[in-house]
Each structure stands twice: as structure tokens, then as C-alpha cells.
Design a protein around this ligand. Structure first.
Ligand code: GDP
Ligand code: MG
Length: 295
């Protein structure tokens, strides 16, 4: 008899910078989520799907939970986290080895209440001082989340990620596929293009600048041999706009080149990328601007 098909939602939860997006990309084998050293790189909830003959696992990467949001944008980022805390069949709670449990109270208190399986992934074990540190850290978590199953992993080095996937496949419920079996995400190519541009902004500019920017892909034309894309970078202030452009347009040129190369890799096609910069004052606190940007 044929085995019954299994499908389910696996939501990745954790503080900023613990490695959620890195893990998601390793799981999917595609660079879906942008990753930088900076906290709050991920702003949306992004689905990544793995399909095989017997199952469909739908992961969702979320922004890191922000304890004290300062902008409406951050409130809406937290909303993505809250929604991810509601609809999972399985939770992957990622913690970074060594990070104080006290900083994660809001999250673990929510997970204490769930009746769904929780896999506690202790990430970045490649940086462990020794085994005792890891053991003690895990013991403390097990007191707080006694029902969670613990895995030590290194998302960066793909260490032990296979056993996590193996366990997920055992735990997901019997259910028909939710998405097309060819799909690996719910987001459009345009979305990923704007994310790649945003990643380069995070890499190239300091302090508040990246957090004040949003990217909107205005046109995306897939022609035979080339994809022609034009995107607008919105900043909150005119001074930020001139920093993004740089002396004689130097900075934006560099930004455009880096972004184009990654977009070409992602789309597997030649790309012509045009970037513009516009000021949209205080968009991070402006409801209609946030709505337009998909928050
Ligand atoms: P997120 O904010 O939780 O999505 O975290 P990211 O996936 O963006 O990763 C934040 C930073 O941690 C990046 O610089 C990653 O390269 C780094 N990182 C992620 N996983 C590991 C790991 O297993 N080991 C080490 N050493 N660094 C990691
Ligand atoms: Mg992230």
C-alpha cells in the first residue's frame, strides 16, 4: 500500500541574529532569506518549501522578535512572529549557544503553552568553548522547555541539520500538499530582487541607513536573454539619499553591481538593473507606506 502523504508547517522562531535565515537557506538549498551580521535583516515572513515523494515541509523564516519595538514597521515585524506562533504544526526554536535565557522569555513562554512539537535547536555550536559549556546550556533550556527535543547544530557548517529534517519528517501530520509540488517558496521573484538589493544596502552602509531604507521593484521585464529590472530605494531623509548615491554616484554604482551579480545568480539569467533613490519621509511610521511595502 502506498504511504500516506504528509504535509505541514514548520515555523522557525528565535531572537534576531541567532541563525534563522541561515538555517532556512540550508534547508531549502536556495538563498531565499538574506543574511547579514546585522540584527533585523529579515523583515517579512518568508516561506521555503521542500518537496519529496512522501511529504511537503513548509518552513517559515520570520524576523527576530523585538522586545521593545520603536517603529510601526517593527510592530508589524513582530506581528509576523506572532502569526508564526499560531499556525505551526512544528516549531523550530533556534537559540544561540550562550545567549541568556532571560532575553528570550517572551518567546519561550509562548512555546511552553503550545501542544505542538517543539524542536529546540542550539545553534552555532562551532563556536563552543567546550562540551561542558554546551551541556550546561542545554540543561538550563531543558528545565524551561522540558517537552522540547534538543538538537545541537551549526547552520553555517550544516552540522546536524540532516537529523533535524529527519525528525521533522517523522513529526509532520498526514495531509495533502498545501502548495504546488514544484514550488519552493510563496514569494515572487520581484520580492527576492528587492531583498537582494536590501541585503547589499545592509552590507555597504552603516548605522541607521539600512534600517531607514526600503526597496520597491517598479518594473520587472523578463525578455528572452535578459531581465530588465528597475527598482526604487526609499529613504527617510534627503541626507540618507545623498549618502546612498555617494560622491559622483559612486556608492550607488557599487551597490548596483553587487546586487546585479546576486540577482543574476538567483534568476540564472543576465540582468540589467536600474536603481533610483527617493525620499519618503518617516515611512517606517506611516501606515499607508507600510501597507504598500507589504507590512
Ligand atoms: P537571523 O537574524 O536569525 O536570521 O540570523 P542570520 O541567519 O541572518 O545569521 C546571523 C549571523 O550569524 C550571520 O552572520 C551568520 O553567518 C551567523 N551564523 C548563522 N549560523 C551560524 C553558525 O552555525 N555558526 C556561526 N559561527 N555563525 C552562524
Ligand atoms: Mg533572518
Amino acid at each position: 500500500m502506498e504511504k500516506e502523504f504528509k504535509a505541514g508547517f514548520v515555523n522557525i522562531i528565535g531572537l534576531p541574529n541567532v541563525g534563522k535565515s541561515t538555517l532556512m537557506n540550508v534547508l531549502i538549498g536556495e538563498k531565499l532569506s538574506i543574511i547579514t551580521r546585522k540584527a533585523q535583516t529579515t523583515r517579512h515572513r518568508i516561506l521555503g518549501i521542500i518537496n519529496d515523494k512522501e511529504s511537503q515541509i513548509i518552513f517559515s523564516d520570520t524576523p527576530g522578535f523585538i522586545e521593545n519595538p520603536a517603529y510601526k514597521m517593527q510592530e508589524s515585524m513582530n506581528e509576523f512572529v506572532h502569526s508564526a506562533l499560531k499556525d505551526a504544526d512544528i516549531y523550530l526554536f533556534i537559540v544561540e549557544l550562550g545567549t541568556a535565557l532571560e532575553k528570550q522569555v517572551t518567546l519561550y513562554e509562548k512555546l511552553q503553552k503550545t501542544d505542538k512539537p517543539v524542536l529546540l535547536l542550539v545553534n552555532k555550536v562551532d563556536l563552543a568553548r567546550d562540551e561542558i559549556q554546551t551541556k550546561n546550556y542545554i540543561t538550563r533550556w531543558q528545565k524551561v522547555l522540558p517537552n522540547a527535543e534538543t538538537f545541537i547544530i551549526s547552520a553555517l557548517n550544516k552540522f546536524n541539520v540532516d537529523s533535524v529534517v529527519h525528525r521533522i519528517k517523522q513529526l509532520i501530520p498526514t495531509h495533502p500538499a498545501y502548495y504546488d509540488k514544484e514550488a519552493f517558496t510563496d514569494k515572487t521573484e520581484r520580492f527576492f530582487v528587492s531583498e537582494i538589493v536590501r541585503e547589499k544596502i545592509l552590507l555597504l552602509f552603516k548605522q541607521e541607513i539600512p534600517y531607514s531604507c526600503e526597496v520597491d521593484v517598479e518594473s520587472f521585464k523578463d525578455e528572452k536573454k535578459i531581465v530588465k529590472i528597475s527598482a526604487v530605494i526609499y529613504t527617510e531623509r534627503a541626507t540618507q539619499k545623498s549618502i546612498i548615491i555617494g560622491k559622483g554616484g559612486e556608492s550607488i554604482k557599487k551597490l548596483g553591481t553587487l546586487a546585479r551579480k546576486d540577482i543574476e545568480k538567483f534568476l540564472d539569467k543576465k540582468v540589467f538593473l536600474e536603481l533610483f533613490v527617493k525620499v519618503k519621509e518617516k515611512w517606517r511610521n506611516n501606515d499607508s507606506a507600510l501597507k504598500n511595502f507589504g507590512y
